[in-house]
Structures are given as C-alpha cells and as structure tokens.
Design a protein around this ligand. Structure first.
Ligand code: ZN
Length: 500
C-alpha cells in the first residue's frame, strides 16, 4: 500500500510521508483523559483530532489498533500539594468518595460525551490502575539499564546520565542546561527535591505516605507510579516497543512525551513511536481556558447552554464541525459568534448533502461533466492527505455546493454515474471521515411539540366543561394525572404542570 499521506512529525519538525512499520497495519497510541473532573474542550479537541486520523486510516483500508489510555491514578507530580496528595485523592476527600468511584464517574462521563460527539471508541482503552505490574516491570528495566536510582522507597529517572548517552530533549528541542535551570522553577515537593540527584530528574515510582489511599506493593516498598511511566508501559504492551503514531495535546510534548521517549530508550533501547502528532491548544474569547478566569466551560455546559458566557446551547455536531474548521496544529478560539457561524455553515453543508442524496439523475445535453466532479474528489483527498487539513477539505465541500446551485438555478442536470460519484464524495468526506452525524430533530423541538399537544387537549376539555359535561372533563383530567400532568382549573381556562 503506497502512500501519499503526509503527517507533520513533531520529532523531525517536518511533514513526512506516512509509511507504516508493517504494511497494511497502523498502531496508534494517544494520551487519553485524566479522569478526575468534567470533560472539557481540551479533551474534546484532542479526541476529535485523533478520531479524524483513526477514521482516515480505516477509510484507506488499514487495520488499525488505536490505544487511548485512561489515567485513573493521579500522576501529576506538579499538582501534588504539600501533603503529597494527588489530584484524584484530593477530589475524593472533597466529595467524600472513593478515588476509584470518582475515576469511574468521570470515565463514564467522558465516554458518554465521546459517543454523542460521534468519536469512535478506541480499540483498547487501558487504565493505568490495571497496569501497575507492567509499570513496575518497566521501571525495573530502566534501573537494570543504569538510568534510574532508588532513594528511600522512591525511584527517579537519571536525566543527566541519560542525556550524556541518550537524547533527552530531542522532541521538545530543550537543552540539558535549560532543563536544569527550568526544573528548579517548578513547584516540587521539598522531600522530592532533597531525594533527587538533580532537579531535572523525574519520578518513576513514589513512596506513598501512610494516609495515601491509592498505593501498591513494589520491589521498592509501598507506593504509586510516577507521572510518565503508564504510557510507556501500556503502549509497549499493546503496540510493541516501536509503533507507528503517538499522539496527544501540545502541552504533553514536554515533559510527558520527552520522558516517554527517555524511558523507552533506556528500557527498550528504542524510540517508542515513529510519528509524533500534537494538536494545538484552544482559547475562549481570546483567553486561555482556566478555572481561575471563570471561562472554564465543560462540554456538557456547551451542550445545554448553561454557562454565563454562552448565549445558547450548541449541538454536538456544531461543536465537532467548529473544531474541524481549524487545522489541528492551529490554535482555536471559542466564541458564541464563531460557534453560531459554524452552526449555519454546517446547516448549509447538510442541506447540500441531503439535496444530492435525494436528487434524481437525468441525462441531458446540459450535464455537469464527470471531470468536474472528479476534480472535487481529488481536491478533497489532497486536503486530507496534507496532514489532515480539515479546514481546506471543508472549503472544498462548500465549493462543491456550486453543483447544487447549477442544478437549481441554471437548469443543469447530472447523470447517474456522475451523481453516484458526487453522493459518494459527500458521504465519504462529510459523514465517514469528518464524522458528521445527521442529527435527528432536537429534543427541544420534541418538547415544544409535547407542550403544544397538552395545550390543545386542555382547550378541548375547556369546551367540554362549557357544555357542562363535567364527568367527561374529570375523566380527561384523571387520565392526564396518570400521565404525570397536573391540571388546575380556573375561570379563564386550565393551566398545567408536570407533577413533582
Ligand atoms: Zn501519555
């Protein structure tokens, strides 16, 4: 299977032609969510970015093993507070729940949102807590290779030693001197700072204080895995020591992916992935999204419109289409104006799609040429093959709507063969690859309809009462009551509400 697909590889800092390690197969690992909080836009952008990659490989006929992990052990050492609690554990105390209960709750939420966003589930969604043994074994390999050391029940990766022999900084382009200078600025636990040989070293295994809930036995004592080791352990378990694509948000390049490379290089003597793909960050009304700025909007809030900054609710497909209107390596700014423009734009494309799908072919001497339609197909493929350039692809799908105008306004026709290709283009690119789902009539419309129906029934009942047929009027009221609708009669007519 020869390829013209170009992928921007963060590792080489250039676009490269994609060549799989094993012909016909793709192994892809993407860093998934840390399930200690609501699914937010950052999760959504990363998920949709790699959903396009996954869908396109499937479209090209590859057999894809897509692994997206779930981080259910708080691993962010930077987030450790002074008591040494990790995020999951801290939240557990606040909400009075077990850490695994919280992880489960937010995993369900994440999966529910991925489903309504039409994000295909990965082939494997491994959990960090289910792979403690693999992580311990991986750490042991790094110790055996001489690139990690044990201090007081914790294990640290020796960045200075590795940098002399390996390639630390190769992905992020950082130099050891910078790392040493930068590491001092990061907030670290005092104990960790004292234990480490060097500030740039990172934890592979941390000794657990007695009050720590999530902890496991290990050759070095009771503790929990460090920040980066889960992805190295799980990617190699399911995809082999070297696989095709490793993805994630740009914020993961350093230190997370840099550390993954160092761990694999030290433990397996190889770089784990060939192509490193990173999606860019997003802003809200031009500002970085942060809880402290009051602009932290969860995906559920976008879908219900329940946030002060939102003028209305946005449908899952509006959100999806909006994200795809920007290239994954560009920044993306969320605003009501931009979302509403996306909503209208998507509507126009879907109308075009429905038009082509319902069109009857017709032979005439005023036909749209097959060649024009083939050109559209070619342009669509060129766009997606150019590092998954979805905004350019969408622009071509818009330009294809000119065929609709030609048919409706200029008496053009399209023959069976050409129409079949045109339908195929929109089905392939809009539905299969961009993953736009035709949404059924929204719930709001159905609710409105229900309210109108109840109002109509009450109007009829009012007429029955005016005719003094009270037995019938009572019967209707009782029947509505059984359905959970409480009717109240007044002189002017009747009102109703849902029973509590
Ligand atoms: Zn990861």
């Amino acid at each position: 299977m020869s390829s013209t697909l170009q992928i921007y590889n963060t590792y080489s800092r250039k676009k490269e032609i994609f060549e799989p390690i094993v012909s016909g197969f793709v192994g892809m690992y993407v860093c998934g969510p840390t399930v200690y909080g609501d699914t937010h836009l950052g999760h959504l952008r990363s998920a949709i970015t790699f959903d396009i990659v996954y869908r396109y490989f499937l479209h090209k006929g590859y057999k894809v093993r897509y692994v997206k992990n779930i981080t259910d052990v708080g691993h962010l050492t930077d987030e450790l507070n002074d008591a040494g609690e990790d995020k999951l554990q801290k939240k557990a105390r606040l909400e009075q729940l077990e850490p695994m209960e919280i992880a489960q709750k937010y995993t369900y939420q994440y999966e529910r949102i991925m489903d309504i966003m039409n994000v295909l589930p990965p082939s494997i969604a491994p959990r960090a807590t289910g792979h403690i043994i693999e992580q311990i074994e991986f750490i042991q390999k790094i110790i055996d290779a001489g690139f990690a050391y044990v201090v007081n029940g914790s294990v640290y990766f020796d960045v200075v030693k590795y940098t002399k022999e390996g390639k630390y900084g190769i992905l992020s382009g950082r130099k050891l001197e910078e790392l040493l200078a930068g590491a001092g600025e990061e907030r670290r636990e005092l104990k960790e700072q004292q234990e480490k040989r060097n500030p740039a070293d990172f934890a592979l295994w941390k000794k657990a204080p007695p009050e720590h809930i999530m902890k496991w036995n290990s050759p070095w004592g009771v503790g929990f895995p460090g920040w980066h080791i889960e992805c190295s352990a799980m990617s190699s378990k399911y995809l082999g020591n070297t696989f095709d694509i490793h993805g994630g948000g740009m914020d993961l390049i350093f230190p997370h992916h840099e550390a993954e490379i160092a761990q694999s290089d030290a433990g397996h003597q190889c770089i784990p992935a060939r192509y490193w793909m990173h999606n860019n960050m997003l802003t809200i009304n031009g500002q970085k999204m942060a809880k402290s700025l009051g602009n932290f909007i969860t995906v559920d809030e976008f879908l219900t419109g329940k946030h002060l900054l939102l003028e209305k609710a946005y449908s899952p497909m509006t959100m999806r289409f909006f994200i795809l209107q920007a290239h994954y390596r560009s920044t993306l700014d969320f605003s009501n104006q931009a979302l509403q423009a996306a909503e209208k734009g998507l509507q126009r494309l879907l109308e075009g799609y429905q038009f082509f799908m319902n069109l009857t072919p017709c032979e005439s001497n005023n036909s749209i040429s097959m060649q024009e339609i083939e050109q559209l197909q070619q342009k669509c493929y060129q766009a997606i093959e150019d590092d998954f350039n979805t905004p350019v692809l969408i622009a071509h799908l818009y330009s294809g709507l000119e065929f609709k105008t030609a048919i409706t306004h200029h008496n053009k026709t399209v023959d069976t063969q050409s129409l079949s290709l045109l339908q195929n283009i929109y089905k392939t690119f809009l539905i299969d690859i961009l993953g736009i789902k035709i949404e059924e009539k929204t719930n709001t419309n159905q609710t409105e309809l229900l309210h109108q129906l109840i109002d109509e029934i009450l109007k009829l009942r009012y007429e029955i009462r005016l005719q003094k047929n009270f037995a019938k009027a009572d019967e209707i009221r009782n029947r509505l009551s059984e359905l959970g609708i409480e009717v109240k009669d007044t002189k002017e007519g009747s009102t109703w509400k849902w029973k509590e």
